[in-house]
Design a protein around this ligand. Structure first.
Ligand SMILES: Nc1nc2c(c(=O)[nH]1)N[C@H]1C(S)=C(S)[C@@H](COP(=O)(O)O)O[C@H]1N2
Ligand SMILES: [Mo]
Length: 520
């Protein structure tokens, strides 16, 4: 055999090894992207970056000639491009190591550029590309080592006669294994993405019924509309999020059901259609996280549409002795809520399906979550809820309790300064404004102290009721120098907010919020 005859098949094997490594890298990158950062899915990110770079005329031409097929076509082109480059990496790695690594490195730069050019990218977004290409190179390097060993030219006379077939088996075996594993990973990633798309489509197709009991209309002036002040109603897209699950559960509403079990006379199972057929109530409630620091932003106000949990419990008929409802989410999260907070006819504890006039966003619990005025989220606001177990605090506990958080979590009276946000302001009249909350009790007074002067009473905006936060503001005659502003609130029971500072654990932060401002 001539040199060329022995090298040619080797060359093709090296290219195939490159392609297989590339496929494995893409599969891994997609799985990592699914977990850490939807903005990090490298092929679609690069595809979008390419669209961004193309002249508008060409993009329009693509849309017109390919119709809605333009996206899949572009993704296919990017994939083929990545695989061709991977083949080249394999070939170069065979010729001279580690030239394959260089090629993959260039590909990584390209992918990272695509990923970070996306508007929703975060610092985690490049991770899928990096992990994918690192793994691709490790696989390629191992494959090429095996390929070289199998190459007949490298065989020594002293080798056993069956050495070649053993090396060949080792190379081919690994090729088949990596290929099959990436196929499984790719199919898995596709299935996950497909399920998410199906649920997103079901959500947008959903028309919520109008409430039988309408929310109290937002009074004029509830939103002072001062720059820097949190709006009275928090838009869904800006609403804080707390999830223990790495990936948001995707639940098809047609498959959703809620079971009410445990210490009840009458177990109940409810479908989504059953729930929507009931007379729904709309109610505005401010949600707060127990982890919110003094002055923090883990708090938001929304209008919730749902069915009162007390009505379902009345149907289930809790047995005497029960004092807690352990709600369970699809993702395993649990919360232990006092039974009396859920059966109280004066408290709008809802099994919610709508948030600010839309179906619940997937991140906020689609299709169904709980919202209970006055209790921190970790003991009441179970998203993607699928089970309510009537039980006792002696018997059961929620997700966060063994991790050092109190079994019961009533929200503490709190107030926050939102503006001025800038450290430096001009002398003269400065709007000082913020929010205060004491859900289910209500706020009756907010006071502001400048340095060590007397407390001044702030003006309070109206609200829909005691279950939401309340905006406040004060016109401050700011004089040049450094100043410290402090706020404190009083609730509707005339309880003054405590100045005793406490960390969030175990049952919520306390203390007065202060900011430092320099006046020029
Ligand atoms: N399934 C599930 N529900 C959950 C949580 C969670 O991690 N998983 N977090 C809870 C906590 S701690 C809070 S403060 C609220 C936050 O709700 P949001 O993410 O819609 O703002 O949801 C609660 N419900
Ligand atoms: Mo929370």
């Amino acid at each position: 055999m001539t040199e060329a005859e022995t090298t040619r098949p080797l060359l093709w094997w090296s290219r195939l090894a490159g392609v297989i490594s590339g496929v494995a890298g893409l599969a891994i990158a997609n799985l990592v992207a699914w977990v850490v950062s939807p903005a990090g899915s490298p092929v679609s990110a690069v595809g979008e970056a390419i669209i961004g770079l193309l002249p508008a005329g060409m993009v329009n031409w693509g849309k017109e000639t390919l119709g809605t097929a333009d996206k899949p076509v572009l993704l296919a082109i990017v994939t083929v491009f990545v695989l061709l480059i991977s083949a080249l990496a394999g070939q170069l790695e065979l010729r001279r190591r580690p030239f394959g690594a260089l090629v993959f490195g260039l590909l990584a730069l390209f992918g990272i550029a695509g990923v970070i050019s996306r508007s929703n990218s975060t610092f985690l977004s490049p991770l899928p590309v990096l992990v994918g290409l690192l793994l691709a190179y490790m696989i390629l390097s191992t494959l090429i080592t095996r390929l070289i060993r199998w190459h007949p030219r490298r065989r020594l006379a002293s080798d056993e006669p069956d050495a070649t077939s053993r090396e060949r088996r080792s190379f081919l075996g690994m090729m088949i294994f990596v290929g099959a594993a990436s196929a499984v990973a790719a199919v898995g990633a596709r299935a996950l993405a497909g399920a998410a798309n199906a649920v997103a489509a079901a959500r947008s197709a959903l028309a919520l019924p109008s409430p039988a009991t309408k929310a109290v209309p937002v009074p004029a002036g509830a939103d002072l509309k001062i720059a820097g002040l949190a709006p009275y109603v928090t838009p869904n897209a800006d609403f804080y999020r707390i999830d223990t699950a790495l990936q948001v559960p995707v639940i098809n509403p047609d498959k959703w059901s809620l079971k009410i079990i445990g210490m009840v006379e009458n177990e109940i199972e409810l479908s989504f259609a059953d729930l929507l057929a009931k007379p729904l109530t709309e109610h505005m409630t401010t949600l707060t996280c127990v982890s919110n620091e003094v002055g923090g932003d883990l708090v938001g106000n929304a209008s919730w549409l749902g069915y009162p949990i007390r009505e379902l419990l009345a149907q289930a008929r809790p047995r005497p002795g029960a004092d807690m409802v352990l709600s369970r989410s699809e993702d395993g999260f649990t919360a232990g809520t006092p039974l009396d907070a859920l059966t109280d006819p004066k408290r709008q504890a809802l099994l919610a399906v709508g948030m600010n006039g839309e179906p619940l966003p997937v991140e906020h619990g689609f299709p169904v979550r709980m919202v209970v005025p006055g209790l921190y989220g970790y003991v009441s606001a179970t998203k993607w809820v699928t089970e309510l177990k009537v039980t006792t605090f002696a018997e059961d506990y929620g997700y966060w309790t063994p991790l050092g958080w109190s079994a019961r979590g009533p929200i503490k009276l709190a107030s926050r300064i939102d503006t001025p946000r800038a450290r430096t302001v001009d002398a003269g009249t400065v709007a000082v404004a913020g929010v205060a909350w004491a859900q289910h009790t209500g706020i009756s007074k907010v006071e502001v102290k400048i340095d060590n002067a007397d407390w001044q009473q702030a003006a309070l905006a109206p609200t829909t009721g005691p279950d939401t936060w309340r905006q406040w503001h004060l016109a401050w005659q700011a004089t040049p120098g450094d100043h410290t502003l402090t706020v404190r609130a009083t609730d509707a029971n005339q309880q003054l907010q405590t100045d005793q500072t406490a960390a969030p654990a175990p049952d919520g932060a306390s203390g007065w919020h202060s900011i430092d401002v320099r006046v020029r």
